[in-house]
Design a binder for this molecule. Structure first.
Ligand SMILES: [Zn+2]
Length: 176
């Protein structure tokens, strides 16, 4: 499927302003994006009780962390695309598409009043342009998987720094 030209160039511009780990992985990109935004991003599998027909991924901004939930009962490649899609929303500066009903579906044990208090009033989900942007960013990023350009010592060091910013003091960066 050819992408609309404006959409693709808009997404490429967004990515050109962000640190892209090399070699690339969704988790390394999440770490780099968090470092860039100055806000931690934590990745979690959706609870097994979640209604995954309704959504396979979810970005929930909490007070001190952006939590990204992804469907884990699917192939690793699909999990990666789900993660990159949610990270694409964050990278593009969208407003997250959570609302208390969605949270309730994902976390049925959570008290509804608590959900409303924690996550605010219901809002419309993303418009289709934002969905296209998130998906395009995910596909552009996925094309970097296995690029293998980070095989030089400098590239490895840079990637390790981006992926494990708090570990570099211990001299273990780059060993994973
Ligand atoms: Zn989306």
């Amino acid at each position: 499927m050819p992408l609309p030209r404006g959409l693709r160039s808009r997404c490429e511009k967004i990515l050109s302003n962000l640190p892209i780990p090399d070699p690339f992985s969704a988790d390394a990109f999440a770490d780099a994006l968090a470092e860039h935004r100055g806000r931690p991003i934590s990745m979690h599998p959706l609870p097994s009780t979640a209604d995954t027909a309704a959504h396979t991924g979810l970005w929930v901004p909490l007070a001190s962390v952006d939590a990204v939930f992804y469907e884990s009962r699917t192939s690793l490649a699909h999990q990666t695309l789900i993660k990159l899609h949610e990270l694409g929303h964050i990278a593009a500066g969208h407003q997250p598409d959570y609302n208390p009903e969605m949270i309730q579906q994902a976390f049925p044990d959570m008290e509804p009043r608590y959900v409303a208090k924690l996550f605010g009033l219901p809002r419309a989900s993303y418009d289709s342009v934002e969905e296209q942007e998130a998906e395009t960013i995910a596909l552009l990023l996925a094309s970097r998987l296995g690029s293998g350009r980070g095989t030089t010592p400098d590239g490895k060091r840079l990637t390790a720094t981006l992926a494990h910013p708090v570990r570099q003091d211990y001299g273990t960066a780059g060993t994973r």
